[in-house]
Design a protein around this ligand. Structure first.
Ligand code: FAD
Ligand code: NAD
Length: 479
């Protein structure tokens, strides 16, 4: 096997595998080095996203949503069922089958596109070379025309709550529980805390979420965050803001958590404790000191807008570099970098990356929040449409939440869209497309939307920007 490639990618997560496939499609000989092993010792593709992130968490969110629907929401439709039971091992096995299918799918795509998967740990050494150490400690050196680093991220650990993978677990452990914990503690009311707290809460766990900050979801538009907070409270998620965990110790099969808040010190006992306080880039031991690469203050590999590192012909993409830790952000960077290596003019619009929290209802956003626009002194107008006024949401008995569209006060160009509500992930994508085409709120309001759809709420919010909504009483009226 040749050890010379046009492109060597390190990491086969959604950033790396997409970059590798795209590079191969563009006619470049491409290898992708991955250290994750499957149960038989073979190379396991797909990274965090497919194995322990996006896909398995969504599989469990969908399973638990169906369970909660049957238990709590069918009576309203006139449907009665006997008390539903959850078979946790069967639910986890379904999730594992989906993961296997998708990771196997990446292997097929590699084969189809002619990408060589190489099992081992990759490290960049000087002169666009990659040193690969396999599971047996054998070392080989690959010569690369260009290198793409896509090593991803790992969960942040905190000293008061060391993960033991049995009682105190991270997100990976929380995707593989064998039974529903009666009492579940979660440290961190971020994306993972809310999604995995929802999974086990829907299945019957009594969930307490301990969040250090005083504000709930501070990066989200605050109107949406407040609305979401109310909905989660109604669902029984006990989110305690402004809490500082000082210790978590396992005692007689329970985790004893001590935390302080404005009203003093508290002790709680949980069957499991999930630590979900963020992720950090996996940038250590990825390159030699003479490779020319540098890290920023957060430990991310330093890159410019085109994902070029400070070492010539070495690029870095995905969670290992600045920006939101989202699968689609890394994948798009992968496409951009592969195209630039192939000599094309490619760039990425970092202002138009959607983000979603897959609770029910979902929370989705693109662009600027109202508080960001205020802070930057941008003159804006906003339009809001509640799902309670949507015929389709009412028909589905799913009326919590709202759509909010923000547009520039003078140009009317859409600056952001924030949604908490049913199918928010898919709804926000419509505004992402509109924003990519530089649409105004008026443009969005002039488009015909099928009826009855949840999408109509997006159009109505766009119309509401100038007081033209049809199905709510407008606050401001225009001639
Ligand atoms: P990763 O997916 O982490 O892949 C990096 C790969 O590199 C890994 O396979 C690793 O083994 C390999 N590697 C590392 N170092 C080396 C080395 N030296 N040599 C060889 N191989 C190496 N994002 C979303 O957009 N939507 C979601 O719904 C979503 N849900 C999530 C749920 C959970 C529970 C978690 C934990 C994350 C979720 N994310 C989600 C985030 C998403 O998983 C990450 O943003 C994404 O996986 C990052 O892609 P990546 O390719 O940069 O890194
Ligand atoms: P996060 O940054 O979303 O949330 C972490 C939360 O923990 C924050 O609210 C933070 O204030 C809090 N926190 C930090 N230290 C704490 C402490 N000592 N005590 C109590 N609270 C503390 O991080 P996450 O939920 O771990 O997710 C990690 C990354 O994975 C995120 O960046 C996210 O982008 C990605 N992810 C995305 C999705 C999705 O797109 N649906 C799903 C899961 C994860």
């Amino acid at each position: 096997m040749s050890d010379k490639y046009d492109v060597v990618v390190i990491g086969a997560g959604p950033a790396g595998y997409v970059a590798a496939i795209k590079a191969a499609q563009l006619g470049l000989s491409t290898a992708c080095v991955e250290k994750w092993l499957d149960q038989k010792g073979g190379v396991r593709l797909g990274g965090t996203c497919l194995n322990t992130g996006c896909i398995p968490s969504k599989a469990l969110l969908d399973s638990s949503h169906k369970f909660a629907e049957i238990r709590d929401h069918l009576a309203a439709h006139g449907i009665s069922v006997k008390t539903p039971q959850i078979d946790v091992p069967a639910m986890i096995a379904r999730k594992d089958r989906i993961v296997d299918q998708l990771t196997g799918g990446i292997a097929s795509l590699f084969k189809h596109n002619g990408v060589t998967a190489i099992s081992g740990t990759g490290k960049v050494i000087a002169g666009t070379k990659v040193e690969v150490t396999d599971g047996d400690g054998q070392v080989r050196v690959l010569e690369a025309g260009d290198i793409i680093l896509a090593a991803g991220s790992v969960p942040v650990q905190i000293p008061p709550a060391p993960v033991d993978n049995e009682f105190i677990i991270d997100s990976t452990g929380a995707l593989a529980l064998s039974e529903v914990p009666a009492r579940l503690g979660v440290i961190g009311a971020g994306v993972i805390g809310l999604e995995l707290g929802s999974v086990w809460g829907r299945l019957g766990a009594d969930v307490v979420v301990l969040e250090a900050l005083d504000e709930f979801l501070p990066m989200m538009d605050q109107q949406i965050a407040k609305e979401a907070g109310k909905i989660f409270k109604k669902q029984g998620l006990d989110i305690r803001l402004g809490t500082r965990v000082t210790s978590a110790a396992v005692n007689e099969g329970k985790v004893e958590v001590v935390y302080s808040s404005a009203d003093g010190e508290h002790t709680e006992h949980f069957d499991k404790l999930i630590v979900a306080v963020g992720r950090r880039p996996r940038s250590e031991e990825l390159f030699s000191s003479d490779s020319g690469l540098t890290l920023d203050e957060r430990g991310c590999i330093f890159v410019n807008d085109f994902c070029e590192t400070e070492a010539p012909r070495v690029y870095a993409i995905g969670d290992v570099v600045r920006g939101p830790m989202l699968a689609h952000k890394g994948s798009e960077e992968g496409v951009m970098v592969a195209e630039r290596i192939a000599g094309r003019q490619a760039q990425m619009n970092y202002d138009c990356i959607p983000s979603v929290i897959y609770t029910h209802p979902e929370i989705a956003a693109v662009g600027r929040t109202e508080q960001e626009l205020k802070a930057d002194g941008v003159e804006y107008k906003s339009g809001v449409f509640p799902f309670a006024a949507s015929g389709r949401a009412l028909a589905a008995n799913d009326t919590d939440g709202l759509v909010k569209v923000l547009a520039h006060a003078e140009t009317d160009r859409i600056l952001g869209c924030h949604i908490v509500g049913p199918s928010a992930a898919d709804l926000v994508q419509q505004v992402v497309i509109a924003m990519e085409f530089g649409a105004s709120a008026e443009d969005l309001g002039m488009i015909v939307f099928g009826h009855p759809t949840l999408s109509e709420a997006v159009r109505e919010a766009a119309l509401a920007v100038d007081g033209h909504a049809i199905h709510i009483a407008n606050r401001k009226r225009r001639k």
